[in-house]
Ligand binder design. Structure first.
Ligand code: ATP
Length: 587
């Protein structure tokens, strides 16, 4: 499955219609039904109350002012004030409710995207940049929040007010009503025509925000290399380009989003002019009164001013839709590394087998060709060979970080895909080439993914560590289990990181332990210590060691030579030494 989210590499792009996008957006907040209905009622009440104003004013002018009955004027002023206060409260209620709905949508959506990210396979993270993903989780979801909390009810309120005003306009005088509404029709057509263009500009801008975020992430995480090579200018140039792209697309988006405002204002003014001219004509013919004309002008305003507002709201909707599309691109992805239904019983030997395995990274050429290996329980295997030969890839398939393109991997005689992730990771420990630590203490890091000792006190845990012969490794850390480490930064050395990763893996007591150059950054004395610990692992533990240093693999029972995607059993240690010596260029 292709997990690349960048548009250029996707064969099919999902183009949502406005209606479908709006429906799927609403689905997002469907669990807030009660609040939504209440907010809708408040919006309805608010619009109805506001619409009453001009009608009452027309009545007051034509009935009381023309007759000079000012007590009636006073009474109706009081009624109007009451209506406006009520309208204020309904407006407040609607904003409060929708503010909560928006924040809730943001909360739910961020959780959903993060949850999905946690469940996607390694291949997804190989193909997408962390910075862009962060931008999707942070920035794009917030666009939806803004739409829900600020725009949606204004949008609906605007439509209700416009419908009400439209009904008043047509029912007070059909011809004048239709004439005053005609410019709205033109606006509608223009909006329809321009919308796809506006949406594209918004989507493009969100993409550049993602790219900018990816640049920042990459340069910050590689800062040491940048300084060491004196290449600050290189990343500054790259950032400058990304920033410029963002600026250009933001400018284009701003123009696209704002283009409706002057258009709507113009057509609204034209409508007012039509009403004024035609209204005055109707007064002269005796069909209309001054009061009616004034209320008519007010209703025209009631119709066109939300329409003007809609221009901004429409832009917010377009941005939300563009954000929603970027988020749903992640949400629709499925993890193709599912657990197979396989009722067959696990058989004892060999512990792990690769049968006619072929593998290619997504969008790449075949890396491993027809691999057949069998790893017996309790034996130690070494994978050796030139850089880029495929050792890490082979180990990754053994640990099921990826599935083969062809062929099968069997764990205890059963398809490895039939094991749940928990069972598989309990059985297979993998110490990665570049070990990852999480911010916290050594204790937290070595207990990562290990529930068994979670509630142990430090003393109890130290006892367990002694039992696993790891106490000399722990002693390297000044404050023992409570030594602080950070995922970023340099609180521990690379070698120390490898030691923590080693303790983490050994404490889980895996049936198969893979060490991918796990001692590459460790001094020879400590390396010897690790060798001893490995020797003392339970007799049934199978070890797979990837190493370039020959002394690391001296104790291997069998050695596999991995070169150009072929894995061959190289036999004894001395045999391999001879082979490597024939390839002076390989390290
Ligand atoms: N994530 C990836 N996406 C695409 N290709 C990859 C990826 N990881 C490795 N490769 C390619 O697969 C091939 C084998 O790489 P692999 O890391 O398995 O080699 P290796 O033998 O472990 O090398 P080393 O000794 O440097 O660790 C290389 O050509 C590499 O470019």
């Amino acid at each position: 499955m292709n997990y690349n989210l960048s548009k250029d590499s996707r064969q099919e792009t999902r183009e949502l219609s406005v209606y479908a996008a709006f429906k799927s957006l609403l689905k997002l907040i469907s669990h807030e039904r009660q609040k939504l209905i209440l907010a809708l009622l408040a919006t309805l009440a608010n619009s109805a109350l506001s619409l009453l104003g001009p009608l009452l004013a027309a009545y007051v002018i034509d009935t009381y002012i023309t007759r000079g009955e000012y007590s009636g004027v006073l009474l109706f002023s009081g009624i109007l004030l009451f209506i406006y206060i009520l309208a204020f409260f309904t407006n407040y209620l609607q904003m409060k409710l929708m503010g909560t709905v928006g924040q809730r949508a943001l909360f739910t959506l961020r959780n959903a995207v993060f949850h999905k990210l946690q469940h996607l396979p390694v291949a997804f993270f190989n193909q997408n940049k962390a910075g862009d993903l962060i931008s999707r989780v942070n920035n794009d979801t917030d666009k939806l929040n803004q739409f829900f909390s600020q725009a949606l009810m204004q949008f609906i309120g605007g439509i209700i007010t416009m419908t009400g005003a439209g009904i008043f306009l047509v029912s007070l005088n059909v011809k004048l009503g239709l004439a005053s509404l005609a410019p709205a029709l033109v606006i509608l057509v223009i909006t329809q025509v321009l919308s796809p263009w506006v949406k594209k500009k918004n989507a493009r801008n969100l993409q550049t925000v993602g790219a900018l975020s990816a640049e920042i992430q990459e340069s910050l995480s590689n800062f040491k290399v940048i300084v060491a090579f004196g290449r600050r200018d290189y990343f500054m140039n790259r950032f400058g380009t990304a920033n410029k792209n963002n600026y250009t697309t933001a400018k284009a988006m701003g123009i696209a989003n704002q283009i409706f405002v002057p258009l709507y204002t113009l057509f609204s003014a034209i409508a007012q002019l039509i009403v004024l001219c035609y209204g005055v004509y109707l007064i002269t013919t005796g069909v209309f009164t001054v009061g009616l004309l004034l209320s008519y002008l007010a209703y025209t305003n009631f119709f066109y001013s939300p329409l003007r507002q809609m221009a901004t709201l429409w832009a917010s909707f377009q941005t939300a839709m563009a954000g929603w599309e970027r988020i749903s691109e992640i949400l629709v992805l499925e993890n193709n590394m599912t657990t197979l239904e396989d009722q067959s019983q696990a058989s004892p030997a060999p512990l792990l087998e690769m049968k006619q395995v072929h593998f290619a990274y997504p969008e790449g050429k075949e890396i491993l060709h027809n691999i057949n290996i069998a790893l017996e329980k309790g034996k130690t295997y070494a994978l050796v060979g030139p850089t880029g030969g495929g050792k890490t890839t082979t180990a990754s398939l053994i640990a099921r970080l990826y599935d083969p393109v062809k062929g099968t991997v069997l764990l205890n005689g059963k398809d490895i895909r039939a094991y749940s992730a928990e069972d598989r990771t309990r059985m297979i420990g993998f110490i990665l080439q570049d070990p990852i630590l999480f911010t916290g203490t050594v204790r937290e890091n070595i207990l990562y993914g290990n529930d068994a000792y979670e509630n142990y006190t430090n003393e109890q845990l130290e006892e367990v560590i002694r039992g696993a012969n790891l106490e000399k490794l722990l002693a390297i850390f000044e404050q023992g289990l409570e030594t602080q480490v950070q995922s970023a930064g340099e609180s521990v050395s690379l070698g120390q990181k490898q030691l923590i990763a080693f303790m983490r893996a050994v404490l889980r007591k895996p049936a198969l332990l893979i060490l991918d150059e796990a001692t590459a950054n460790i001094d020879t004395v400590t390396e010897k210590l690790l060798g001893e610990i490995l020797e003392k692992l339970p007799a049934e533990t199978t070890r797979v060691i990837i190493a370039h240093r020959l002394n690391t693999i001296e104790n291997a029972d069998e050695i596999y030579f991995v070169n150009a995607g072929e894995v061959t059993n190289a036999g004894s240690f001395h045999h391999v030494v001879d082979k490597l010596q024939q390839r002076p260029h390989h390290n």
